[in-house]
Design a protein around this ligand. Structure first.
Ligand code: AHG
Ligand code: MN
Ligand code: MN
Length: 335
């Protein structure tokens, strides 16, 4: 009998045969992401310390100007993906446009594009609260051998071949899916090894947590306001409890383990919502569905939305299936 894989490296190799057309390319890509995540993790972990040194002399010990962590994370992921010659293009929250990796840099011959939010929850960096990285992977539409095009990036979420996140929390975890369920790996920082700690993760079908920035309450659509009141009502298994970290990755991760719903609706200030479809909502929606949960814009599955722009925003309802369905019923009733 085969041993169960216990590290991320072993797991990727063991499951390589799931990617019929990949010839190891997707495995190499996942390996690069896991490497970049370790580098970012190292930096996130000493953020407070570096700040102290930085404020004393304004430059660090190497005489370099201290970079903002989200710019740093972007650079680490961009560099890792470019230098290792494994993708034909990358799009990021931190880049105005997508980056097509040209022939000289080994880009044209590769099959995959990556879209990412290199550092999610940046408002939490300075206060020692969990942040994350989100990634989404598609096969290109344009022919191999040519330069990646916008169409390679503007695909609906249903076409994703892999997606995941890293949560830099009390421990650092990498959680991902390739369409065969969701698995979570915890980093042992002393060894630099990711261990399979959360095999086959599943959203409880029902939960008792709702996560939403209630400070925006007066600006929410009526359906969301009514749903919040429903969550707070003293009836059946309610009231639910409210938990909002302000890092999508962390709020999602907690809700997947405990059961709950995360909502970022449209507001008066953000008429399309705040979160970005391509590198925040799509990957989380893929993970949610793979974990038996649900992701919606209030009316339709996130994964069915045809994107029109790289930095497109959408309202986002994600979490335990029964809770998302309930919230959708309020949206429909009060629209
Ligand atoms: P980012 O740091 O990548 O810009 O994303 C922040 C997002 C998301 O992680 C979080 O849930 C949400 O913004 C918080 O927004 P509010 O502060 O408006 O609640
Ligand atoms: Mn984000
Ligand atoms: Mn970000």
């Amino acid at each position: 009998m085969k041993n169960k894989p216990s590290t991320l490296g072993e797991f990727i190799i063991e499951n390589q045969n799931q990617f019929r057309y990949s010839e190891g390319e997707l495995s190499r890509l996942l390996n690069s992401i896991k490497l970049a995540a370790k580098v970012v993790n190292h930096e996130v972990n000493k953020a407070g310390l570096v700040d102290i040194l930085g404020s004393a002399g304004e430059t660090n010990v190497q005489g370099e100007t201290q970079q903002k962590l989200d710019v740093y994370a972007n650079e680490v992921f961009m560099r890792t993906l470019k230098d290792r010659h494994i993708v034909c293009g990358v799009a990021s929250e931190e880049e105005d446009d997508f980056v097509a990796i040209n022939k000289d840099d080994g880009g044209n011959d590769h099959k995959y594009v990556v879209l990412m939010d290199p550092l999610d929850g940046s408002s939490n960096i300075d206060v020692n609260v969990s942040v994350g990285t989100i990634f989404s992977i598609f096969r290109r539409i344009s022919p191999v051998g040519s330069l990646a095009t916008k169409e390679d990036f503007l695909q609906k979420g249903r076409n994703q071949v892999a997606a995941g996140y890293v949560v830099y929390g009390t421990s650092t975890m990498l959680v991902y899916t390739t369409g065969y369920g969701v698995n979570g790996f915890t980093l042992n920082p002393a060894l630099g090894t990711w261990y399979l700690s959360h095999p086959d993760m599943k959203f409880p079908s029902m939960g008792k947590i709702y996560s939403i920035n209630e400070g925006n309450y007066v600006h929410f659509p009526k359906g969301v306001k009514k749903y919040i009141k429903y969550c707070q009502e003293e009836k059946d298994d309610r009231p639910y409890t409210s938990r909002y970290i302000g890092s999508l990755v962390s709020d999602f991760h907690r809700n997947m383990i405990k059961g709950g719903i995360y909502i970022y609706p449209i507001t008066t200030a953000s008429p399309n919502g705040k979160l970005r479809l391509l590198y925040e909502c799509n990957p989380m929606a893929f993970l949610a569905e793979q974990a038996g949960g649900k992701a919606s814009d209030g009316y339709q599955p996130i994964l069915d939305i045809e994107p029109s722009e790289l930095h497109q925003r959408v309202p986002f309802f994600v979490g335990s299936a029964e809770m998302v369905t309930k919230a959708e019923s309020f949206m429909k009733k009060y629209s």
